[in-house]
Design a protein around this ligand. Sequence first.
Ligand code: COA
Length: 336
Amino acid sequence: MTRAAVICGLGGWLPPRVVTNDDLPAGLGTSDRWIRTRTGITRRHRADPGSATSDLAVEAGARALASSGEPRADAVVLATTTPDRICPATAPEIATRLGLTGAAAFDMNAACTGFLYGLAAAAGLIATGAADRVLLIGAETYSCLLDPLDRGTAPIFGDGAGAVVLRAGAPGEPGAIGHIDLGSDGTGADLIAVGGGGSRQRMSGRPEQDGERYLTMAGREVFKHAVGRMADSCRTVLKRAGQEPADVDRIVAHQANIRILHQLADELGVDRGRVVANIDRVGNTAAASVPLALFHGVADGAVRPGQRTLLTAFGAGLTWGSTLLTWPELAVATGE
Ligand code: COA
């Protein structure tokens, strides 16, 4: 019989430093009102200088393991766009810091879709028997990629980490990951990108230019892709499951912009009240976004056992992905 990957633990962590809209540099040329009305964001968390993605990941990972009731995993997958270093991958160090030395451990970069790609990797590890329990962490310190004076990105992104533990189980049981739809379109590779630091820039023989280390985003164009790609992907997953939008109790989508979340719900014909949103307090935390939204949703009582929950994300690459599950009963520590 096919082994399904079943969510059995959930954790989240935010670095303690809060940056409100009013705390952003005056030279940014924006306002609390603009950011709130155009994005839904009121604050975000920023990691302190000296910390790195693994520090956030370890906190979230430890909480997810505690929530699962067993501090054990035989694979650790880190979804991130901001690894501690280009080499080695960050996941092995995280595994060791969590007392999981010896576990399979690797990073994956699908930007803001990383958690959905990570779920597919975890489901594959479990289905093939390569692992019985997988710790999947989405963690980011986008602070290090942001041009503090780019109003198109600096107010939008925040730092944070969210994690789940998946165990081998039966298809269809609460928490079992159903069909996963994943996709990409490299023709949009330049729409959200960091130009410097990779082999393209390093092999060019010219030194990194000022500003090349920063993330750039063609916001308006990305917005349209985000709504369309996530809606199509959600429809694919619903069709595969033989379900209608009316069957969806909760949509937990990548938190990029509250207007994207509302348009996605409208496009699918799902009541906006069924969309889980924590973007107001965390901003866009990229690969950490979906697990953090789940974590806050469960902590706030917005996501409850038995609810048909649609997970969907979109991000740089371009990449997108979705899946559907029945939310399981979990013991989640609500403190971040
Ligand atoms: N404060 C004030 N004005 C701003 C601003 C800010 N933070 N950001 C942009 N503007 C201005 C623009 O300069 C532009 O001014 P102009 O009309 O004088 O040229 C105007 O607001 C509209 O710009 P636009 O880029 O169309 O804004 P927007 O309403 O699309 O909002 C984003 C910008 C980034 C918030 C929005 O496009 C977005 O959320 N994009 C999607 C992000 C996403 O999905 N990411 C997913 C993967 S990470």
